[in-house]
Ligand binder design. Structure first.
Ligand code: PMP
Length: 377
């Protein structure tokens, strides 16, 4: 009997011939390819998670708190404390990673017959989640320096009239932050392009904001009901395995995502673990300070080695340019892998992305780049 292939199945047409999202999970000594935090959770926090999860386990015969009230209260407190902008529980929603947050937003505000726009290169899941939710995808422009060119972006919004606009700041994979004036210009353009039906939703993906040199864009929420700030505990909180993302927006947006979320989507174990991590916020943000310093060191040292480096506000750095004649980004990626260092080729011609790791991991990476640059030049 021959094995059934995906294409033999009655699959949706738009999924035929497509590949799933997937950064290679290779077993190499230095893994700097998925923008994870390199520091394991501290022992005191691991112990606190065990306590909280033990307590939650006593009640696993019951469904969890469907509205994650305590967790949303604590996340609102974190946002208020770190941005200086008051955020209440009714403005916060949580899900299994910010990917699920983005998916719920597109289920509620995108979908068949609607379009979303992003300014590429950007986080590839924005387009993939659009496809998964039947939302049309529009690729908007970015400048030569990988920043958003506000007039060109406004023009694209006016021309295509998308229902959802994604702004990733700091942007993955380029590391570039977006300033408040640009976000406001895009917000106004998006509302002007859709004067009927409530305007357009603008989603600012702030997955990496804690690593930025610039403050969060969250205070822009005031008076803008169609603005959403998306966040995650995967990066700054060092808890990618937890799967906890959240958003802040007008309470009406929170009501809207509740129309599409699965009941009891956030397990009691997840909620207990996230609450424990939030109790240790200050310790975890201490690691963020170290990673920011390491990120800045990577930028400086890569430039000293003769690489071009995009200014970074994230916990990763985009570096290049690897010309086709020298094997291109793919060749450089392979050469670093051969030296035991895994970085990311996001398909941006000539450029690679490296996540800031521990000082030792970053040293190993820089040594590998030094050898690579010698081989090329
Ligand atoms: N947004 C951006 C820009 C990201 O880079 C990522 C993870 N790579 C996410 C969202 C999703 O993160 P998570 O689902 O782990 O919260």
């Amino acid at each position: 009997m021959t094995a059934t292939r995906i294409d033999d199945l009655p699959l949706r047409d738009e999924l035929r011939g497509k590949f799933p999202y997937g950064a290679p999970q290779l077993d190499v000594p230095v893994r700097l390819n998925t923008n994870e935090n390199p520091y394991p959770l501290p022992d005191a926090l691991v112990a606190r998670i065990a306590e909280r999860v033990t307590e939650a386990a006593r009640h696993l015969n019951r469904y969890p708190d469907r509205d994650a009230v305590e967790l949303r209260e604590k996340l609102a407190g974190y946002l208020t404390r770190t941005t200086g902008h008051p955020v209440g529980r009714a403005q916060v929603w949580a899900a299994n990673g910010s990917n699920e947050i983005l998916q719920q937003l597109l289920q509620a505000f995108g979908g068949p017959g609607r379009q979303a726009i992003g300014f590429e290169p950007s986080y590839s899941m924005h387009a993939l989640i659009a496809r998964g939710t039947g939302t049309g995808w529009l690729s908007g422009p970015r400048g030569e320096d990988f920043t958003i060119d506000a007039p060109a972006a406004r023009q694209a919004i006016a021309a295509h009239r998308p229902h959802v606009v994604f702004v990733c700041s700091p942007n993955n994979p380029t590391g570039t932050a977006v300033d408040a004036a640009t976000v406001l210009a895009l917000y106004d353009a998006a509302q002007a392009a859709r004067p009927e039906g409530g305007g357009a939703l603008v989603v600012v993906d702030e997955a990496y904001t804690e690593f930025s040199h610039h403050p969060s864009l969250l205070p822009l929420l005031a008076g803008r009901p169609n603005l959403v700030i998306s966040r995650t505990m995967s990066k700054a909180f060092g808890a990618a395995g937890l799967r906890l993302g959240y958003l802040a927006a007008d309470p009406a947006v929170v009501d809207a995502v509740q129309l599409v979320r699965l009941p009891y989507h956030l397990s009691a174990v997840t909620q207990a673990t996230a609450l424990a991590a939030l109790e240790h916020t200050d310790t975890l943000l201490g690691y963020v300070a170290q990673l920011k310093a390491e990120r800045d060191r990577l930028v400086t040292e890569l430039r000293a080695l003769g690489c071009r480096v995009t200014d970074s506000d994230a916990n990763f750095v985009q570096f290049g340019r690897f010309e086709e004649a020298d094997g291109g980004a793919r060749g450089a990626w392979r050469a670093l892998l051969d030296r035991g260092v895994l970085v990311r080729d996001n398909g941006v011609p000539g450029w690679l992305r490296v996540t800031a790791g521990t000082p030792e991991e970053n040293d190993a990476f820089l040594d590998a780049v030094r050898e690579l640059m010698k081989a090329i030049n």
